[in-house]
Design a protein around this ligand. Sequence first.
Ligand code: NOJ
Length: 543
Amino acid sequence: MATAPWWENAVVYQVYPRSFCDGNGDGTGDLAGLLARLPYLAGLGVDAIWICPWYPSPMADGGYDVADYLDIEPAYGTLHDADELSAAAHDCGLRVLIDIVPNHTSSRHNWFAAALRDEAGARDRYWFRAGRGPGGDAPPNDWASMFGGSAWTRVEDGLWYLHLFAPDQPDLNWQHPQVRSEFERILRFWFDRGVDGFRIDVAHGLEKDPELPDAGPRPAAGLLSITAHPAWDRDAVHEIYRAWRRVADEYTPGRVFVAECWVADNRRLARYLRPDELHTAFQFDLLKAPWRAAELRAVIDDAVAQAQAVGAPPTWVLSNHDTTRVVTRYARSQPDHPVEPHWERARWAAERADLDLGRRRARAAALLQLALPGTAYVYQGDELGLEEIENLPDNARQDPTWRQSGHADVGRDGCRIPLPWSAEHASFGFSPRGATAPPWLPQPAHWAALSVAAQTEDPHSVLALYRAALALRRIYWAGASGAIEWLETPSDTLAFRRGAAQCLVNFAPDSIDIPRGFRVVAASQPDVDRTLPTDAAVWLTPR
Ligand code: NOJ
């Protein structure tokens, strides 16, 4: 019998390299730092790491502005370091996924430099157009950048170019054969070096309506509010992924693509997962759902049903480098608040965040996520229960969203703060002793108590919970059926069985009884035995 591909039950840990660990003391995370911490990740019990873009980049958008797809950002290390890292990760039993950014290049990429110089044919690889109105002074259409403002910037000779994100991220024209062949070359370059797969940035955005029609009035811009738009989720995009799949299939089995597609629903997402396209895609509904039983059950049912229909694993994302940290999202007493993207936060930021509440729910959510069938993604720092840092000084903010939104949206820096490793010195062990520069974003003083070292000492820490749950997941859930069997429970609670094990989550204000005849093998709160308190979860097996 064929064994399931490794990713079908994997836990993938997301590394944001700039903020993970600084090996050389310049205040920016790097590959040496990541290499040194691989034993931590292997010990945590994850199966794979996904490394956010590590390519040379001016860092206009944290590395999602790639200047050269075939090299490593000098602040992070060298190609040799990347090879060493992949080999060492594999030696630790960790697969390595890297990020590929095909929707746009950096404005410093050679291709765009040639386009700015108007070299013959160079502009055809991007979207250059004349403006509208007298003198062509208005942008060619009404498209908005995801980060705020127009999606068009004018160059010196009067034409405009399209950028769905920052002006430093010009959109590529995927109708151009060189764009297609170049990215297939890039995929092979990294597959040949031994990476196990790619997370595809903005996978739903590569094909635009070539007429570039106006989009018309839309709700607020933002990744999470995708509606019908001539730039997103167009049929033509699938041909690109069929070609990419053929590239992956040239290699030994086990290579995987994970699509970042903010599309309308799981049915649209399924179109990317046809047998000759991508292997998996992020499902973001868990991240978007409020902390309430009914909504979460609906999200789980829909994801599992859709996964079964297409033959891809369901995937579960609680947070990532683009969204408010899970602790902070769950920290408002009103769970009705949409679990907001950053740009909607202003609507309810005035309400006090109860981080103890948020952390308690985040612990329960971790047990829920890790009990579900399919692939689970854990964003760095969520295993420490880090919260969003909402009060960064304005002059520290680096996310282009802050500037492009005219300071209406604080952006995503608050979920990208360098990790605290120890309580010991200036950067909580993010940088080595004697570092020449402070961390690239300031860390809050109280994070000493949330550091890896501090939490390792505490058997009730969030880190201890993750370590235990990841080990127990292999025993109780990894081999269990992909189907969810829901069990009868009181209102505003969830209970399901997979194989012999059960997961029970209590969203209601009062404690509920744990069914007789069962043993608690994991609990999100200490000392859970006969009853399960509010905002807590347990894993149970028959006695
Ligand atoms: C999605 C990435 O996750 C985000 O960080 C980035 O800003 C945009 N794509 C543009 O590349």
